[in-house]
Design a protein around this ligand. Sequence first.
Ligand code: PLP
Length: 635
Amino acid sequence: MDSTEFRKRGMEMVEYICTYLETLNERRVTPSVEPGYLRHLLPSEAPQEPEDWDQIMSDVEDKIMPGVTHWQHPRFHAYFPAGNSFPSILGDMLGDGIGCIGFSWAASPACTELETIVLDWLGKAIGLPDHFLALKEGSTGGGVIQTSASECVLVTMLAARAQALKRLKAQHPFVEEGHLLCKLMAYCSKEAHSCVEKAAMICFVKLRILEPDEHASLRGQTIYEAMEEDELQGLVPFFVSTTLGTTGSCAFDNLPEIGKQLQRFPGVWLHVDAAYAGNSFICPELKPLLKGIEYADSFNTNPNKWLLTNFDCSTLWVRDRIRLTSALVVDPLYLKHGYSDAAIDYRHWGVPLSRRFRSLKLWFVLRSYGISGLQHYIRHHIKLAKRFEELVLKDKRFEICNQVKLGLVCFRLKGSDKLNEKLLSIINESGKLHMVPASVNDRYIIRFCAVAQNATAEDIDYAWDIIVDFANELLEKEQHDELSEIINRKKQDTLAQKRSFFVRMVSDPKIYNPAINKAGTPKLSMELPSPVVSRGNAPIIRTQSSVDHNSWISWPLAFLFNSGNNEDKGNNVSLRFRHLDTNVRHSSSRRNSGAGSSPSPENEQELVNVQQEQKSPRKSPMVMRKASSARDNPN
Ligand code: PLP
């Protein structure tokens, strides 16, 4: 394709995109295809010879589009919004056209400098403290664009880990880093995004997953008690990830309380994940939701969720950029340049070396809409969510399950989880509306999020009508099924009774000698097995702490310590996966061997302690040493 044809095809593509977005509501919101559908439509080899562009585009419509879930559809209410707008699309297009890879200032100075400036703009608009802004006089912090919120959480955890290890190493210079590492403990709420758990897996650290309060908010006292308990057991708290706007129900951890409590644990890194909600803080009336940010070491939000910016654009700010980069710096000669000391090199701020010119699209968005336009967009979505909430509240068969502060409404039919699962399933199967579930306070709820940029009140009313129609149909069917079930059960019971009476007539003396009946029958014991979750060094361990909240310890890489041969079937380890809510038996042979572990006397001691601790019901069944000496000697 030469530039003459690119001009022509480019215009056609813009036309195609506009028509696609303008006529989206004529399509099913979700595709009705089965896994592997595309394999049957496309050849198994790439074409040897060039193909005609028209043919390629016709395949887009005929083969690709039938398998697309339309996230910009006015009936798409799942997850959180996928940011999208024309200025952003144009920004990405220009970035792709320029095609630079801005890993260092020298690799493309504008790419780096625009990122720094735009992140300062957005940070100020959100209301972040000055120490997060790179260009503020005396500031040591700054902002960077990452690919995703998961990456923001990962790099901050990596930075916190490096800092904690450095501190521990200074205190215990002759102890190997590996031994220090196994003492580190990170913390988050049960409502935190699963990316925190994934980050802990990658960082090879333990993560304690704490129970939030009845509003799905993690409280300061909970975190304080957990950390204090862990310290007494010789562990080293080093990282806390809080959430403002949880994925499940858009709940807010109590940041002021947590921040205050963390003052008692100097050196612990406090991260704030506000992937969705953080964007809304550009509205002055929503800034109170950011209260407590002065305690934070880092903060992330995704403009690619709720600020009309296309994926990928996840913005991260840190209080101290040296603490971040010192965990990630590698400096081969071929990447050095003459301004290394004077300029920002974003390759030290994240995992990948190569970086796209992502700040262009955010710059285009901020300039085209202005902060006022973006505030209008956020407020519009909140208004739509409030409208939906009102509709739900008017129907007494439904209930609201979250505090609707932003654009997410969690609701359910009053009734069983199964009923709500069925409702969501038939709605989604219809392709008329798309929502996803979540578990809030251990109940199955349906999430309805205001998503489409230009959604109207009519769209919300229409969505509610669809929900009500399906709910009516389901409840009617349920009533009918229940009735048929009662009748069937009655029929079966009567038949069974008749049969049993006949059998007993001929075999059981009680049936014709009532005196025997008076002696009574012993009651059946219905004792349930106690919910023991932890066995051995389980990756996620339910703790029975002296604190009255429950928590889980995610120790995802513990399986490495059990990966020897499988001959000894008696030494099974029970693993508990938080998100599956199930126990899986993991067979292992040697108690303390296999890849990743050093079979040292210390490790032997640890395992013995684990087993001993489990016998004590009041303490957390986690690896620990003698509590009194643990602080002085983390080995
Ligand atoms: N954190 C929160 C609070 C989220 O809601 C999400 C996704 O919805 C994530 C993290 C993960 O985001 P990403 O896909 O950018 O990694």
